[in-house]
Design a protein around this ligand. Structure first.
Ligand code: CTP
Ligand code: MN
Ligand code: MN
Length: 532
């Protein structure tokens, strides 16, 4: 085909590119590329439109976004994925939109039969842990505001705020698993987890595009300062409140604490604040995992190192790297972590951190534990700290070369010291693995080829492994719901160490994640569906 005929091809197109779910910058680039090739793009649907190009997944989503009643009213326009267009650009010609590119109908919504989507809400399982909650969902336009309200309650932390925060969490969680975009508050009127307050907020957002209550919080000075300060590693709401009371308004104001704070996390957290604030990207997490895996394997063959947390749930970015370490032979894991840490130190990977010893006893399974919103403390041996990620980690897909290269380097910063942290769980003994003599800021301002990254290393014995895997995969709310479900519905106790059957006085073993769910009598959910 000649260049000329391609141009003709492209100029025959009249596209309606739906902006939803496409990043602004990407959309601009695509529109420019289209224009360059003589493709016409329009913003309204008409009979002349040849293709609707979209990042939506189903025809029903497109129909709703265009505020149409059903797919029939769209006529015979082709509804295709954005990849169709970019593939055409790549090929330099207009490809026929094959099945692979065409949007499918949503089976749940039984296309075009006039079924109102809200009928589905009555089928929603009551518990978040029984539902599939994907990362990408239809209601970001609502959940962002509700999560602001949640965070505000959490940070304020006055009477009732905990239950208020939880109510917001439950509501945003249920909106995330709806198979449709909420466009009218009546669609969610029957959902138990959506209370009057949330309904008011949803109504405002749907009618006015925003909620005055949410906007007021988002623009509020106190809220922004709290967000700013609690983003520092080691700074919780109570410290942040103290800083605000002292009249501090910026990280800069807090910097003098750096040298004085007894908490190594605050000292290093402040010095490396900007870096620790920037999100860890997936390749960095993968490369770091590969490195730790190789190191663990060389110390104790057969050791398993699993990337958990948000990354395991499919997130592309995270605030840290959570690695769960175990060994198929029960007991083999004992003593592994100190050796691993020493090895990582030799590699120059460790910046600072604290090592918590295993404090597990049979009793912790049976004890009452608080189902807190912020964290679920477990008793595994673990190391929480900051590591140095070579800058190449961010750009190398396959970590091998980088892992090898970093292996050759040793580092002067990391030293062992033995002081005990006071700010932590008082019951656990801590050994600090930090740079006691080093001034964090001077390390930060060195000319360096690494980035500071938060890392959690957790060691679980094989018999508790799958419960630990579920626990450390999260999300936090998924865990909290699972645990509440275990208590309320099953009359059992669930922790990251296991499921305890109170009436039988025994543990319920699991040899896979699926068995954990089976034991809980709930449907298995892939990690990517635990994003509530
Ligand atoms: N977790 C836990 N015990 C802790 C801390 C965390 O069981 N002491 C669990 C949390 O429930 C969470 C997971 O481990 O689901 C990872 O915690 P965290 O890194 O805080 O959250 P992520 O979901 O990974 O979020 P991000 O991507 O921002 O790191
Ligand atoms: Mn994490
Ligand atoms: Mn973590």
């Amino acid at each position: 085909m000649s260049a000329n005929s391609c141009e003709v091809d492209f100029s025959r197109l009249k596209l309606l590119i739906m902006p939803q779910r496409i990043q602004k910058r990407r959309l601009e680039t695509i529109k420019i590329a289209a224009k360059k090739r003589g493709v016409q793009t329009v913003s309204e649907l008409s009979t002349e439109v040849t293709h609707i190009v979209t990042e939506f997944e189903t025809v029903e989503q497109v129909v709703r976004a265009l505020k149409k009643d059903n797919a029939a009213t769209l006529g015979d326009v082709e509804i295709v994925s954005l990849t169709w267009l970019t593939d055409c650009f790549k090929a330099g010609k207009v490809n026929v939109a094959t099945e692979a590119y065409r949007l499918k109908h949503d089976t749940l919504e039984s296309a075009d039969n006039g079924n109102e989507p809200e009928e589905n809400t009555s089928l929603l399982p009551e518990w978040a842990c029984q539902r599939a909650t994907p990362l990408e969902h239809h209601n970001h336009h609502l959940t962002a505001g509700i999560e602001t309200l949640q965070l505000y309650s959490e940070l304020r932390d006055l009477d009732q705020d905990y239950s208020r925060a939880l109510a917001f969490r439950r509501a945003s969680c249920v909106l995330k698993c709806l198979p449709f975009k909420v466009t009218d508050v009546s669609q969610i009127s029957n959902i138990k987890d959506v209370g009057d307050h949330v309904k008011r907020v949803v109504k405002d957002i749907l009618e006015d595009g925003s909620s005055a209550e949410v906007d007021q919080i988002n623009n509020g000075e106190w809220f922004n300062k709290m967000k700013l300060f609690t983003a520092v590693f080691g700074v919780g709401p109570s410290t942040a409140k103290k800083w605000i009371e002292r009249g501090w308004t910026s990280i800069q104001d807090a910097v003098w604490v750096e040298a004085l704070s007894k908490d190594w996390r605050v000292r290093w957290g402040l010095a490396f604040h900007e870096e620790l604030q920037s999100r860890v990207e997936r390749p960095e997490a993968d490369n770091f995992t590969a490195m730790v895996r190789a190191e663990a394997e060389s110390i104790l063959p057969g050791t398993t190192v699993e990337l958990t947390g948000g990354f395991r749930r499919g997130k592309k970015m995270g605030h840290d790297v959570d690695l769960l370490i175990s060994h198929p032979r029960e007991g083999a894991e004992v003593g592994l972590l100190p050796r691993l840490l020493k090895q990582l130190e030799k590699r120059g990977v460790i910046l600072c951190g604290s090592h918590e010893r295993n404090s597990f006893t049979e009793d912790v399974l049976k004890q009452d534990f608080k189902l807190s919103l912020r964290g679920q403390l477990d008793h595994f041996e673990k190391w929480l700290g900051i590591c140095k990620f070579p800058k190449q980690f961010a750009t190398t897909q396959n970590g091998h070369d980088v892992v090898q290269e970093v292996a050759g380097k040793t580092d002067v910063c990391s030293k062992l010291s033995g002081s005990v942290e006071e700010d932590y769980e008082p019951k656990v003994k801590l050994r600090k693995l930090g740079c006691a003599d080093e001034c964090p800021r001077s390390v930060a301002s060195e000319d360096r080829d690494w980035l500071a990254r938060r890392v959690d290393l957790i060691v679980a014995p094989h018999s508790q492994y799958y419960y630990a895997l579920v626990g450390w995969t999260g999300s936090k709310h998924f865990n909290r719901d699972l645990r509440l479900y275990a208590t309320r519905v099953l009359g059992m106790k669930l922790t990251s160490h296991g499921l305890y059957n109170i009436s039988q006085g025994s543990m319920v073993p699991a040899s896979s994640e699926k068995e954990v769910f089976d034991n809980m009598q709930i449907p298995y959910r892939e990690p990517a569906q635990r994003n509530c």
